[in-house]
Design a protein around this ligand. Structure first.
Ligand code: UDX
Length: 435
């Protein structure tokens, strides 16, 4: 079977490689020439563990995977996956659907008169699929059917989540569409992955409600960490204890500087904007609070730094971590970079080290200084901020690091350094809700 993947960002590039791995003749299509050129050489345009080996395996002579900017390459595919980004609209909370719509138009032009399935994977406001189905019928004719097939991949685990998802959701308007999707995912289904079949609206809502729920868990535990700080409790022990309750679960209860990245923040805002549009705004006011709690964590770290150092003007501060989470070089809405920027704005001299995200010249911010190692960042610093929990930061020898700093102060904004070891090495340790 031939498949096409429209859009080769985080989702599309990994999905295309995954489809080739599952045995399909796959073409990935994007308007971005530079991205297509990189992918065609087997290079990932972003850091994602396991992606380059897959690209290398399937691209080239006799391979099943290719990338192009030419939409006509989609014409003879049986299934087309829409993997177009839906960023936040500038100046508004709503999702910007212009990219999705123009891709659907371009694809529709290639599919005129054909009988084929388009499977939408982008995160969209509920109601979008029905509208896109109408658009496709108008442009390409009644044979082009749309299904909504959201993805739940996590950056850093995207390949694994694509090849071994924990569930498949098929939002369909006909049995034929369901049958086709079952054929595409037959290998995955044969390993026991549950399939949920629904209408379009439910499938669209599954994705946004999953992200809203995850964001809620994080902001809940972060709010609890504030109370722990004030009352003298330990939010990590609290999370362990409530997490034993299977109805709650321990995952996504790590307090810290909160969530960021290209999905959770913009998805909860877009979901709330859509709920307001639909007349359910009052019931989703809490999502605005979830967002606020999340953003307040960033200011909290800066005020903790002021608590330790006083005026930040001219104070040397080391920042460990720039990406929004480990195993990713994604700095979109990164809490770590935001805190670094706020520290810089408060007058501190900030030096940042990240194992992959803060390579000088690449994705860096001109106003921030990136260095090549944790030790280099910490040398002569009066404060170390641990902002993204890369495993290598946990392995740092606190006693050795104490020798290079000007003052041994550390704020562990992810609550995952070995507190006792750092304290024993002479550090003034502060966590969020654990001190
Ligand atoms: C998320 C969803 O998990 C995924 O299902 C969806 O498809 C896309 O959005 P991702 O953005 O890759 O995936 O990251 P995720 O692992 O969910 O982490 C999101 C943010 O929450 C990160 O900034 C992370 O540091 C933060 N987080 C996560 C916490 O602060 N505490 C936690 O306990 C868990």
């Amino acid at each position: 079977m031939r498949v096409s993947v429209i859009g080769t960002g985080y989702l599309g590039a990994v999905h295309a490689a995954g489809m080739a791995e599952l045995g399909f003749e796959t073409v990935g299509i994007d308007v971005d020439e530079a991205k297509v050129a990189l992918l065609s050489e087997g290079k990932a345009p972003f850091f994602e563990p396991g992606l380059e080996p897959l690209l290398g395996k399937h691209i080239g002579e006799g391979g099943r995977l290719r990338f192009t900017t030419d939409f006509s390459a989609a014409a003879d595919a049986e299934v087309h996956f829409l993997c177009i980004g839906t960023p936040q609209t500038p100046g508004s909370d709503a999702a910007d659907l212009t990219y999705v719509e123009s891709a659907v138009r371009a694809l529709g032009e290639q599919l005129k008169g054909r009988t084929t399935l388009v499977a939408g994977k982008s995160t969209v406001p509920v109601g979008t699929a029905a509208r896109l189905q109408e658009m496709l019928h108008e442009i390409a004719g009644p044979g082009v059917e749309l299904a909504w097939n959201p993805e739940f991949l996590r950056e850093g685990f995207a390949v694994e989540d694509t090849l071994r998802p924990d569930r498949l959701v098929f939002g369909v308007a006909s049995e034929a569409a369901e049958t086709k999707l079952r054929e595409v995912y037959a290998q995955t289904i044969s390993t026991g992955t549950p399939v949920v079949v629904s209408d379009y609206a439910t499938a669209e809502l599954v994705k946004v409600s999953a992200n809203a729920f995850l964001a809620t868990k994080i902001s809940f535990i972060n709010a609890m960490s504030e109370v722990c700080d004030l009352a003298g409790g330990d939010v990590t022990v609290l999370a362990d204890a409530i997490g034993f309750d299977e109805r709650i679960g321990r995952k996504f209860l790590n307090a810290g500087i909160g969530f960021g990245g290209g999905c959770l923040p913009k998805d909860i805002r877009a979901f709330r904007a859509r709920a307001i549009e639909l007349g359910a705004g009052e019931s989703f006011e809490f999502l605005g609070e979830i967002d606020k709690i999340n953003l307040s964590r960033r200011a909290k770290v800066v005020s903790m730094a002021e608590g330790l150092l006083g005026d930040l003007t001219g104070r040397k501060v080391a920042v460990f971590g720039a990406s929004f989470k480990p195993k990713s070089d994604d700095v979109r809405d990164s809490p770590a970079l935001d805190v670094a920027r706020r520290m810089h704005e408060a007058g501190a001299e900030v030096r940042i080290y990240d194992p992959v995200a803060a390579v000088p010249g690449k994705r860096s911010r001109p106003e921030l200084t990136f260095v090549d190692s944790a030790v280099e960042a910490a040398t002569d610093a009066e404060l170390v901020l641990h902002l993204t929990e890369w495993p290598e930061f946990r392995e740092i020898d606190a006693a050795e690091l104490a020798k290079v700093v000007a003052a041994p102060n550390v704020i562990d904004a992810r609550n995952c350094l070995d507190r006792e070891a750092w304290k024993a090495a002479g550090w003034t340790y502060r966590g969020l809700g654990v001190s």
